[in-house]
Design a protein around this ligand. Structure first.
Ligand code: GDP
Ligand code: FO1
Length: 315
């Protein structure tokens, strides 16, 4: 794997599973992850960046394996006292996790960029993968539902994804990426791009909403592969399938292929979805079929190896 240099496009929990597998088999610096920041928000005065933190905790092997977010061996003293004080505590911040939010929020108040403080935190956690926020500006995912329009975390956590989604948009005064992301996606030594199995609408689309990122990847001569987040007509976790239904989309790998049309050369689908091979390939996207459900770390590294092999076949 020594000659491979990859860019992964990722949200949090689902995407971080594949990034963990890639991180295990690549050399330091060979994986750069462009991370979704559309979920970021200010909570109790702190800047929270859930997908970046999920990626960092997962790669550093300190993540909570049950929830997928937050840290393992966490304590909840602050969260509980916030409840006693009648303060907001619908978004659960563990004590260890909170230290990261304190540290990052102070750095941002002092004028550091999200890119630089993320790099600093990643170094402290001894990561060999580079985590690149999609932007240093606020680009807020807004979910328009039958109960009104709301920022992502209100929809996802406060309302437990119960409202029916009508439309998803990305609000920003500066919908721009960073020089670090542009250098990474224009790197002549790049092997290719991998779109991780994250929620296409809530985690990948915010990244692609930045025109420069989408156009550069679309025009790139390097191979681009996505791993389907849909298996056998359902999502593995989270509201992807529910949202697809609410937006009138068929919950299938074909819809995923159509969603990434013009952006990917290959799609990795599960054995359960073999029946779609021909239809996807006739839309011009090459298909690789595998077991794409990542139960354990062996599954993550195996799928990562297969994804790299597929990229090399397509180059
Ligand atoms: P995020 O979108 O990456 O922030 O994380 P989510 O937890 O919201 O999950 C997003 C998507 O990841 C969902 O559509 C899941 O179906 C998908 N996902 C989670 N685990 C796996 C897995 O093991 N394999 C595949 N192929 N998809 C997964
Ligand atoms: N998700 C929840 O469903 N409930 C929570 O209380 C919660 C807290 C939380 C704290 C820190 C963090 O980094 C993530 C957290 N998440 C929580 C995850 C949540 O933000 C979403 O999973 C992601 O944004 C989706 O990508």
């Amino acid at each position: 794997m020594s000659e491979n240099n990859l860019i992964a496009i990722s949200g949090g929990i689902g995407g971080a599973k594949l990034c963990y597998g890639l991180d295990q088999i690549l050399q330091p610096g060979q994986l750069r992850v462009i991370a979704n920041t559309g979920d970021d928000f200010l909570y109790l005065g702190f800047y929270i960046s859930p997908d970046i933190d999920t990626l960092i905790y997962t790669l550093a092997e300190v993540n909570n394996k049950e929830t997928g977010w937050g840290r393992e061996d966490e304590t909840w003293k602050t969260h509980n006292v916030l409840g006693e004080l009648g303060a907001d505590n619908w978004f659960k911040l563990g004590d260890k996790d909170l230290a990261l939010h304190l540290h990052r929020s102070k750095a941002l108040r002092n004028g550091e960029t999200l890119t630089s403080i993320t790099q600093d935190i990643a170094e402290r956690f001894k990561l060999k993968t580079v985590i690149l926020p999609m932007s240093d500006h606020i680009i807020q995912t807004v979910v328009d539902t039958d109960e009104g329009s709301m920022p992502f975390q209100e929809y996802f956590v406060k309302e437990s994804t119960n409202p029916k989604v009508r439309e998803i948009s990305f609000e920003s005064k500066h919908p721009e990426t960073t020089k670090e992301v542009l250098e990474a996606i224009n790197d002549p030594g790049l092997t290719g791009f991998l779109i991780a199995p994250s929620n296409p609408y809530l985690s990948v689309d915010p990244i692609l909403s930045i025109d420069k990122i989408k156009q550069t990847i679309m025009q790139s001569k390097k191979p681009r592969v996505a791993v389907s987040p849909i298996i056998g007509g359902n999502s593995v976790k989270g509201p992807t399938a529910k949202i697809m239904e609410e937006m009138g989309l068929e919950v299938s790998v074909m819809t995923i292929a159509n969603h990434y049309e013009n952006l990917i050369d290959g799609l990795i689908i599960d054995n359960a979805d073999e029946e779609y091979i021909q239809a996807i390939e006739s839309s011009g996207i090459k298909v690789k079929v595998s077991n794409i459900l990542m139960h354990d770390n062996d599954d993550k590294t195996r799928l990562a190896e297969e994804a790299i092999e597929f990229l090399n076949e397509l180059s």
